[in-house]
Design a protein around this ligand. Structure first.
Ligand code: CUA
Length: 178
């Protein structure tokens, strides 16, 4: 839904830019000798090539908008609730190599769920909000202990709002089937 909306808004925005351009181009005097290397017809050709290219690139790149979360047969699901000032989540252990869908919400105020690897590199983040469930998908490549930190200032205990998520090695039979 969000994805289709973004696509429509983008295409509408492109039309808003293109229409005045077309109107101005149509109203110009074509009897004037063009001074550039392009004559009038090749300029129109170029315009339409760029238009089609622009629409194609927009549709192709927004189509795979990364926030589209679809549960597959190998997906794991973790339900996360942020509280002042702790993370409650179930299960606490997931497997590497297959997608994990995090359903994230907040029990009180806004929090930000940031997941870091052992080198303290941020892998992904998602907003934890009261009244909403935000979904994000991530596949952990490596087993290990990952840290969840709060990324939205949520009061005096914000900095202690951390938790560990354990990622175990992928199933042997699952790896064999991939
Ligand atoms: Cu929760 Cu900061």
């Amino acid at each position: 839904m969000q994805q289709e909306m973004i696509l429509l808004v983008t295409l509408f925005g492109m039309l808003c830019v293109a229409i005045p351009f077309i109107l101005i181009a149509r109203s110009t005097d074509s009897s004037v000798t063009p001074t550039s290397m392009f004559d009038d017809s090749s300029r129109w050709k170029l315009f339409w090539i760029l238009m089609i290219l622009g629409v194609a690139v927009t549709v192709a790149t927004l189509w795979v908008w990364p926030h589209r979360v679809v549960a597959g047969p190998s997906s794991q699901t973790v339900n996360v609730t942020g509280h002042q000032w702790s993370w409650e989540f179930e299960p606490k252990t997931v497997k590497a190599g297959s997608p994990v869908i995090f359903n994230v919400h907040a029990g009180d105020v806004n929090h930000g769920m940031g997941v870091y690897d052992a080198d303290k590199r941020l892998l992904f983040q998602v907003q934890a909000m009261p009244g909403y469930v935000n979904r994000v998908e991530h596949t952990f490549d490596q087993p290990g202990t990952y840290q969840i930190l709060c990324m939205e200032f949520c009061g005096i205990g914000h900095h202690v709002m951390t938790a560990d998520l354990t990622v175990t090695a992928a199933d042997q039979n699952q790896e064999a089937s991939q």
